[in-house]
Design a protein around this ligand. Sequence first.
Ligand code: C2E
Ligand code: MG
Ligand code: MG
Length: 670
Amino acid sequence: MFCEPAPLPAHDVIGTLVLREQATTLLNAMRVTLPANIFIGLSAVGLMWHWLPHVSLIAWAVCLVATSLARIGYANRADRMGLTTEAPDDVLRASWVGALVSGLLWAGFLAMVFCSDSLFHPALQFVICGITAGATIQGTMHRASVWAFVIPVGAAHFIGLVSQGSLAGWILSANVALYAFMLCRASSLSERGFVAAIRVKHEATTLAAAEVQAKETATAALRQLEYVAAHDPLTGLSNRNAFKASFETILHRARDRDGEVVVMLVDLDRFKAINDTFGHAAGDTVLMEVARRLNSCLKDGDIIGRIGGDEFAILLYREELDGEERRVARDVLDALCRPISFGARLLQIGASIGYSHYPRDAQDVEDLQICADVALYAAKSEGRRAFRGFDADLRAVADSRRVLELDLVDALLEGSIEVHFQPQMAIGNHRVCGLEALVRWNHPNHGWVPPTEIVAAAAATRQTEALTGHVISASCRMARALAAVGRSDIVISCNVSPAEFGHFSLAQLMVDKLKEYGVPAASLGIEITEEAMFSDERGGEDLRALAALGVKISIDDFGVGYSSFGSLRTFEFDYIKVDRSFIHSVADSAGDRALVQAILGVARGLGAEVVAEGVESAEQVAALASLGCRFIQGHYVSAPLTPKALMQWLSAGNGAALPMVSAGQRRVEA
Ligand code: C2E
Ligand code: MG
Ligand code: MG
């Protein structure tokens, strides 16, 4: 799913590219030098016509023209056949062999000149001009061709002059030798320069290509993460967070345009029994088929989400629904009551449906959901395989939900809301480096209330500031207790819900509490979901103020939020907490490992650390360590503990340092 950026080509690959460039340039140069070579050769023959035997001259001219034409022909053919790309080595070799043959021919010409009586004839100037032109043009890219041409000609010239035995001959031969040496050396230097320039050009091009590919890979990885964050991987439907976001948007639109919205909750009957009896593969088949059938009952633009294991939700938005929700509910029910094939079997499920209507039943997302939930509960208690809309008879039940909200006010005042702490540990040295503060409420009638419901109830009753203040106070007290036992290095993080930003200044609340308890800001942190991070400008200001104080900032449940990853650049944060849904199968799912690895990559790029949440087994720890994850939280280290139990846990030597005790010993139940 995710691939590594393409590696830079190895040196031999760049070397091949350089050879190709050399071969191409050399062939082009040959097409210029060889006609000139023929012209100079024929001119030299003309000049020597009266001095040398005609037969020799004609034979020589024929050889020179034939060689040059053959080399031009080869250059054209090599180009046509793509030899400069396929076999640049061969082209270069053929080129210097051709140059050698030409050089030997010219050497032969000189020998004829020196053997005649025509010493110092102007024909010699042609030879000098010829080798200079050829060497200069070819010398820039391939010294072997230059040497092969210059050395025989220079040698013949040298020997011819020396054999004259005169002082002038000796002086001239020394000059010829120096001249040939300079041409050879210049060709070596210019070939080196040419190769270096081509190499730099290719390295730059390859680097740019690698960079583009790395960027494309990263973008694809981020897109994949964003998709994963908003969708249920099994059915491809919107997940709970994405569904809620769509619900907010659609309700907003309906308010502006006087539209109508229906939210419909669909709960499968017998799903658990199918999963338990026929296994997860059967469960997955059912869920995928349900998603397909739901889609077939709805129109384009209707939204479907999988909001729980076997819970689905549907949003209908129309200018006027005109009772369409009843038809949709009936179609969905009929569709889901038809058996689903699984191999040779037919699996029979059913469904119950509850829905509520905006603006008739409630005005906001939370209340509409409560109403739909109450209607669903009523449909189930009426014997399942039924649908029911919210109505006046159900109002009382919905209202009783709010009792919890009312009780929360008293619970906060009485102090019956507790805060438990769960340790976070560094994998490397097995030392506890942080605690997460988690709110707990044991309601006298309802028992333990899930924290998410406490938080929702606080938001509904405008008690969020009081609840958060309560949790921060408990965290400050814990920080003081830790400092007293020499563990002031442990950072305690409080969860902050999206609703908190915008309603009060979290930074101010934090400053007040730190002052009240005399605790340094570095002892505390906050955990926010991605959604909270970007929901509001005020949230941004608060975050910046908290970061400036030195409070550690973590992004919670990373990967299951729905914010744009690009926005991560907007704020500074210290930790990314990878949601436990990615950790669950990290030891045996290559896909989850790839996702965690991608998140680690994103965090590393942004200078943040990663904490893996919900770590429960040694296999998960080993898999995370192998990916480079340094911090973990979860039942493998410890369940959340009361302040008293936590201090006892620490004083028993847990989370202090190496050596690490076994998972069984370490596990302490709350
Ligand atoms: P969270 O911040 O992601 O907290 C971690 C949750 O994972 C906790 O659930 C914790 O008990 C649970 N957990 C930890 N280790 C494991 C494990 O190994 N396996 C499993 N299956 N679960 C593990 P909890 O306490 O039910 O809290 C649920 C959520 O409620 C928290 O998720 C947090 O978002 C919210 N929450 C809790 N306390 C507060 C609070 O004081 N304020 C706000 N705004 N939200 C809170
Ligand atoms: Mg948290
Ligand atoms: Mg979390």
